[in-house]
Design a protein around this ligand. Structure first.
Ligand code: AMP
Ligand code: GLY
Length: 418
């Protein structure tokens, strides 16, 4: 079969890499892809937001189904438009994607169906929100309602800081329409984990979990990024915790979406925190995580093509999804200066000198006119490896990542240490 994958990050490279392990998969098209996907699949120069062109590409290339990586096309209704065109596609509809695309929707759903989360209030008036802030004790958590590329959450340490964040979201329109409404919520503390489960809207697979590192520097210093590394499973994870996450959060959420006429299909990503008061939902995402996908795909033992088709055809219940017991670690190599200003077009060397049991998933890379790999983005690649233990997995990653180089390259040295 042929498949179309949408996106251009290391998450999508990992998805393509995993799909290709199934001998039934003959060819994969990636829109738009990167230098890594160019080596194993056919890149198509189509933007992730050009839905009519993606529909045409799926039709012309006669793909069995399309797999959507990022949230932007999902929130824009790519699934609805593919379904309207009679084309099979993996991912939630526009209405179901609101679980990520609108924090107001997602918090209302959680409160209505008693899914554990931080207490919160939503505001569409700057004046009312400011008044409310003056009644709270810091830290104060402020979230822009809509998609904001991971930058829409501010944890303010003082009321002044909270008011400044509120002003930039609601009055200065830092995130455009995404900041027209805000959620102000209780500050929670505890260990965080990302929980992923496949669902066809009726049945839901057992979960796989990972931790990610959002800050750019070691010891969680510096600004937030798209993610600097990940490992799976978390060292504090056990089957009982997984079952609790399913019972308290994941299954009730799928049921709640169904009850609200927004049946969810695809992969549900719960960002959960283990607080002193129990498990709480920090957020939901309507897709796989990045960089978590780079460490969970190497642990997936079932064909991703089989899982995708079972989800699309609503027969997930009959499929037994297996995960390797071996832990996996992944470290992101980024451009110097990221998440601020950085140079691109820098040659990447050493990619051919790596051990066989280590994988490199490309993100911001492209091929130059000589066919050599050069940098083309902030997060350039993820190096991942499984091991008998997490210690061994991280050692493999760090032994190999030091062989890859480009001018100004930066990576964290403490991924999977805590
Ligand atoms: P989000 O974009 O919702 O994932 O938020 C980004 C990060 O902000 C999360 O991964 C948490 O580390 C932190 N965060 C979000 N909400 C809260 C909260 N209510 N209490 C404490 N930390 C939070
Ligand atoms: N790992 C964070 C995200 O994918 O949103």
């Amino acid at each position: 079969m042929k498949i179309l994958v949408i996106g251009s990050g290391a998450r999508e490279h990992a998805i393509v890499w995993k799909l290709l392990q199934d001998p039934c998969v003959e060819e994969i098209f990636v829109a738009p892809g990167n230098a890594g996907t160019a080596g194993i699949a056919s890149n198509l120069p189509i933007s992730i937001t050009d839905i009519p062109a993606l529909v045409n590409a799926a039709r012309q290339n006669k793909v069995a189904f399309t797999f959507v990586g990022p949230e932007i096309p999902l929130a824009a209704g790519i699934v609805d438009q593919f379904q309207f065109a009679g084309l099979p596609i993996f991912g939630p509809t526009r209405a179901a994607s609101r679980i990520e695309a609108s924090k107001v929707f997602s918090k209302d759903l959680m409160h209505k169906y008693k899914i554990p989360t931080a207490s919160s209030r939503a505001f569409s008036s700057f004046e009312a929100a400011s008044k409310y802030i003056n009644t709270l004790e810091a830290p104060i958590v402020i979230k822009a309602d809509g998609l904001a590329a991971g930058k829409g959450v501010v944890i303010a340490q003082t009321a002044e800081e909270a008011l400044m964040a509120l002003k930039s979201m609601m009055q200065d329109k830092e995130f455009g329409a995404s900041g027209e409404q805000v959620v102000i919520e209780e500050y929670l503390t505890g260990r965080e984990m990302s929980v992923f489960a496949f669902t066809d809207g009726y049945s839901i697979s057992s979960p796989v979990t990972a931790c990610d590192y959002k800050r750019v520097f070691d010891a969680n210093q510096g600004p937030n990024t798209g993610g600097m590394g990940s490992f799976s499973p978390p060292e504090f994870y056990n089957d009982e915790l997984g079952e609790r996450a399913m019972r308290e959060v994941m299954r009730p959420t799928i049921k709640a979406l169904d009850a609200e006429a927004s049946r969810y299909s695809g992969v549900l990503y719960g960002g959960l925190m283990l607080t002193p008061d129990g498990l709480k939902t920090i957020e939901f995402n309507c897709r796989l995580g990045d960089p978590e996908t780079q460490v969970i795909m190497p642990r997936l033992e079932t064909s991703l093509a089989d899982i995708s088709l079972a989800v699309i055809e609503r027969r997930l219940e009959k499929l037994n999804i297996k995960w390797s017991q071996e832990p996996c670690a992944g470290v992101v190599m980024a451009s110097g200066g990221y998440p601020g200003h950085y140079e691109t077009g820098l040659p990447v060397s050493g990619l051919g000198d790596l051990d066989k049991d280590v994988v490199v998933f490309h993100a911001g890379t492209k091929l130059d006119t000589n066919g050599d790999v050069v940098t083309a983005g902030g997060r350039v690649l993820t190096v991942a490896a499984k091991g008998e233990s997490l210690v061994q997995a991280r050692q493999k990653v760090y032994n190999n990542i030091s062989r890859i180089s480009f001018k100004g390259a930066h990576y964290r040295k403490d991924i999977a240490l805590y």
